[in-house]
Design a binder for this molecule. Structure first.
Ligand SMILES: Cc1ncc(C[n+]2csc(CCOP(=O)(O)OP(=O)(O)O)c2C)c(N)n1
Length: 572
C-alpha cells in the first residue's frame, strides 16, 4: 500500500505496510511536524518513503547538526525532536547529541538504521552496536525484531520520551525490517507496568514543606529546568509571591522566573551572582525545584547551604539525595507540586529581614565589568543584543565564556527563550540548535551566540540556514581564543596558554558569503550598534563577526574546590 493513500485517506485499524511506511505513518499519528536527518545505505528504504510522504524533512549537513537541531526544536516547542541517522558512522555521529539530550532532559525520538538482521554481529559494512553504545545515554532504546512491532514501539517511544523526566529514546531498525511488510496497527494501548512516573506528590511531604516555609527566616527557591519542562513558570511566580520567597535560577532554568522581578536574585554557581550564591550559603531553607545540584551549581559541597534544610522537588526520584542530603523529598511534577503548595493553608514565614538583606546585596554587588567604548567588551555586546531584541529573542549558545556572559547579561523574562547545552557543555551546539528553535517558532527573533571555537565545530549548518531562509542572527563572539580554556590557563596554569589561542582564523565574513549569507564585522561599541541595528531589521539570516576584547574573563567566579561564598571578581 502506498503511504500517500494511507495518510490522505482513512487508514484501517489493521493494514499491510512496509516497515518504512509504518514508521512514517506512526510519525504522522504522533503529529510530527519535522524530521532532522541524514540518509545512508541502511536507511535508504526509509528515505525512499520519505521522498513522497509529505512530511517536512531537514537535511542537516552532519548528523550532529541534526540531533542538536532536534534538541533546539524540542526545547522551544515542548514536543519531541525527531532524528534519523544511518547505521555505523551516522549513528556514532549522534552520540554527543544523545548524551546532551539525556543530561539536559530533552525529549527526542531517534531512529538509526541498522545492517540487515541476518548479518547483525558479523562486523558487516557500517555495522555498529548502537544499542550497546547508547545504552547509558538514552532514556530507553529498542531494536526492532519484527516489522509488526514498529507502530507500538514508536508509540511507546513518544510516550517515554515526553513523560516523567523527558529524555531521548532510540529505535534501531535493521534494513530488512524497513522493507518487509506487516500489519499496521496503531490502536494498541501503551502498557508499561515498569514505567509509571510519579506526577502527584505525597501529601505528607507537601505538608512538611509548608511547615518548613512558615518557620523559615531565610528561605530561597533554587529553580532549574524542571520548571520549563513542567510548564510551571506561572505557578512558580505565584508561589514565590504568595510566600515571599526569593528565587535563584540554575543555568538551564533561566527564564522560568522573570529576571526583572524584585524577588529574583540571579543565577547560582560558578559564574552566578554574588547575591544568589550568598543567599544559598546563608539560607536556612533551600527549596530546589527541578534542579539536580550539578557541581557547577553547588561548588564545594562541604560549604553548600551549610545551614539550610534542603527540600528537593523533582519528577525523577533518582535525583533526590543523589548529591545533597535532602530532609524534605518531594517526588512529583513541578507544576502539580507548586499548584498544591499554592492551595495549602500555610502562612508565609516572617522573612522580611532576609528579603531586605538580599535586596541590599543586589544593590551593592550587581554584575560588573570594566567598560571601554573604544573596544568591544563581550559583556557590553550581550547588553546591546538584549537592547536591540527588546529582551524578547530566543537565544541559543555554544559553550564557554560567551555562554556565561549570555546567561548573566541577557535578562530572560519569559520561559522557553534560552537554549544552551548545560550538563554536557557541548561546543558546536548553538548554531544547529538555533535551526530547530527557529523551526519551532517561525515568528521569533532567534539569536545564535557562538564562540569562534564552537562555531567552527558545526558551521556547516549555515547551509541549512541559507537553504531554508531562516532569519537567524548568528553572532560570533570572537575573542580569537578558546576563551574559557584561556581563562583557566591564565588563572590556574600561570598563563601557559597551551593550544587555546586561535588567531589563525578563516575570514568569517567571506565564509558566510560563501554560504550565501549576509555578514558584518564590528570591533567597537559604535560599530556593534550599527551592525546590530541593521542585522535585526534585516528579514533574513545574518552572520556577525564581533571582535571582542580577547583577554576578558568571566566573573564572578567560584574556583574549583571552593565554596559558593568564596567567589572572586565580585567588584572591580
Ligand atoms: C566539544 C567540546 N570540546 C571541548 C570542550 C572544552 N571547552 C569548554 S569551553 C572551551 C572554549 C570554547 O571556546 P569558544 O567556542 O571560542 O568560546 P569562548 O569560551 O571563547 O566564548 C572548550 C575548548 C567542550 N566544552 N566541548
Amino acid at each position: 500500500m502506498a503511504i500517500k493513500a494511507n495518510v490522505e485517506g482513512k487508514v484501517e485499524a489493521s493494514t499491510k505496510m512496509s516497515g518504512a511506511e509504518m514508521l512514517l505513518e506512526s510519525l504522522k499519528r504522533e503529529n510530527v511536524e519535522v524530521i532532522f536527518g541524514y540518509p545512508g545505505g541502511a536507511v535508504l528504504p526509509i528515505y525512499d518513503k520519505i521522498y513522497d510522504a509529505g512530511i517536512f524533512h531537514v537535511l542537516t549537513r552532519h548528523e550532529q547538526g541534526g540531533i542538536h537541531a532536534a534538541e533546539g526544536y524540542a526545547r522551544i516547542s515542548g514536543k519531541p525532536g525527531v532524528v534519523i541517522a544511518t547505521s555505523g558512522p551516522g549513528a556514532t555521529n549522534i552520540v554527543t547529541g544523545l548524551t546532551d539530550a539525556m543530561i539536559d532532559s530533552l525529549p527526542l525520538v531517534v531512529f538509526t538504521g541498522q545492517v540487515a538482521s541476518s548479518v547483525i554481529g558479523t562486523d558487516a559494512f557500517q555495522e555498529a552496536d548502537v544499542l550497546g553504545i547508547t545504552m547509558p545515554i538514552t532514556k530507553h532504546s529498542y531494536q526492532v525484531r519484527e516489522v509488526s512491532e514498529i507502530p507500538n514501539i514508536i508509540k511507546e517511544a513518544f510516550y517515554i520520551a515526553t513523560t516523567g523526566r523527558p529524555g531521548p529514546v532510540l529505535i534501531d531498525i535493521p534494513k530488512d525490517l524497513a522493507i518487509i511488510e506487516g500489519e499496521f496497527d496503531y490502536s494498541k494501548e501503551i502498557n508499561l507496568p515498569g514505567y509509571q512516573p510519579t506526577v502527584l506528590p505525597n501529601h505528607l511531604q507537601i505538608r512538611k514543606l509548608v511547615e518548613a516555609v512558615s518557620h523559615a527566616k531565610k528561605p530561597v527557591i533554587l529553580a532549574g529546568a524542571g520548571i520549563l519542562h513542567g510548564n510551571a513558570a506561572e505557578e512558580l511566580k505565584e508561589y514565590a509571591e504568595q510566600q515571599s520567597v526569593p528565587v535563584i535560577h540554575t543555568l538551564l532554568g533561566l527564564g522560568g522566573f522573570p529576571a526583572d522581578h524584585p524577588l529574583f536574585l540571579g543565577m547560582a554557581g560558578m559564574h552566578g551572582t554574588y547575591t544568589a550564591n550568598m543567599a544559598i550559603y546563608e539560607s536556612d531553607l533551600l527549596i530546589s525545584i527541578g534542579a539536580r545540584f550539578d557541581d557547577r551549581v553547588t561548588g564545594n559541597l562541604a560549604h553548600f547551604a551549610p545551614n539550610a534544610t534542603i527540600a528537593h522537588i523533582d519528577i525523577d526520584p533518582a535525583e533526590i539525595g543523589k548529591v545533597v542530603t535532602t530532609k524534605i523529598p518531594v517526588v512529583g511534577d513541578a507544576k502539580e507540586v507548586l499548584s498544591q503548595l499554592i492551595h495549602q493553608d500555610g502562612k508565609p514565614g516572617d522573612n522580611q529581614e532576609w528579603r531586605d538583606k538580599v535586596s541590599g546585596w543586589k544593590q551593592e554587588f550587581p554584575l560588573c565589568y570594566q567598560a571601554s567604548s573604544e573596544t568591544l567588551k563581550p559583556q557590553k555586546l550581550i547588553e546591546l543584543v538584549y537592547e536591540y531584541t527588546n529582551g524578547e529573542a530566543i537565544v541559543t549558545t555554544d559553550v564557554g565564556q560567551h555562554q556565561m556572559w549570555a546567561a548573566q547579561y541577557y535578562k530572560f523574562k519569559k520561559p522557553n527563550h534560552w537554549v544552551t547545552s548545560g550538563g554536557l557543555g557541548t561546543m558546536g551546539f548553538g548554531l544547529p540548535a538555533s535551526i530547530g528553535a527557529q523551526l519551532a517558532d517561525r515568528s521569533a527573533t532567534v539569536v545564535s551566540l557562538v564562540g569562534d571555537g564552537g562555531f567552527q565545530m558545526t558551521l556547516q549548518e549555515l547551509s541549512v540556514i541559507h537553504e531554508l531562509k531562516l532569519p537567524i542572527k548568528v553572532m560570533i563572539v570572537n575573542n580569537q581564543s578558546l576563551g574559557m580554556v584561556r581563562q583557566w590557563q591564565e588563572i590556574f596554569y600561570e598563563g601557559r596558554y597551551s593550544h587555546s589561542l586561535i588567531p589563525n582564523q578563516p575570514d568569517f565574513i567571506k565564509l558566510a558569503e560563501a554560504y550565501g549569507i549576509k555578514a558584518f564585522r564590528a570591533q567597537t561599541e559604535e560599530e556593534a550598534n550599527q551592525v546590530l541595528k541593521e542585522a535585526i531589521e534585516f528579514d533574513g539570516p545574518v552572520l556577525m563577526d564581533f571582535r571582542v576584547t580577547s583577554d576578558e574573563n568571566v566573573y564572578p567566579m567560584v574556583a574549583p574546590g571552593k565554596g559558593l561564598h568564596e567567589m572572586v571578581g565580585v567588584k572591580f
